[in-house]
Ligand binder design. Sequence first.
Ligand code: SF4
Length: 285
Amino acid sequence: MKVFLAQAAGFCYGVKRACQVAFEATQTHPEGVASLGPIIHNPQMVARLAEAGLGVIEDVEAAEVGAVLIRSHGVPPGVLEEIRLRGLEIVDATCPLVKRAQKLAQSLAAEGYQVIVVGEPDHPEVKALVAWADAASTDGKGNRAVVVESKEDLVKLENIKRIGVVAQTTQLEDDYKKIVGEILGRADELKVYNTICGATARRQQSMIELAGRVDAMVVIGGRNSANTTRLYERCREIGIEAWHIETADELDSTWFAGMERVGITAGASTPDWITEEVVERLKSF
Ligand code: SF4
């Protein structure tokens, strides 16, 4: 059985960087460092970092360490302030692309635009983008940023003259374009920034290309990882047999009976060492 790995698979730039920052922080902070929430949606990587000494806290008040690590999708400015006020050091692993989106949301709000964030309302990155915009809002009326996930959410917008739009970095470009097209008819002035990073789209595109050349796909990544789950769902949508696993130990040789070519992809939060183990295990079948 031949095994093929999708061209774009596994850690994106921002997650890789955040994990490196985290490993370094465990070496340079003997007083202890903890991430605010699990650093990535991958239990195996979280466990490895825990062994290296990285704690996990759910809120700043619970911090019994000297430094708090900020995850790749960032936090609201109020959280950074709270960390500082408690006399703790900030180890900022916010992805630079997320930081750019935060700065744009902030400057749009400061210039008096009604900020719209296109994305998932409950995602921490989106919540932080809203908070950066709200903190910079100058209208004095508490005109909060609005999150738009689909066209239906646009009913929230009435009689707005100046609208500024940013996207959650993991949005798909086509979806973003459609929503921006709808917003266009609702504003006298519209300023749109393309804050999409492309890592998600590249992983999906590579997976689709590979799926066309193999008998089945194995999708590797945390079951709590939204982008890994989306890759698996896309496999099912295009009608290819697929399995979503977290580690090589879940593989069952009987799944691949009679197959000649199997493809592998991995979500943006899946470390390379797990993908390599899966490749080796599949080759041994
Ligand atoms: S998906 Fe893109 S924006 Fe998000 S952490 Fe990865 S590289 Fe950064």
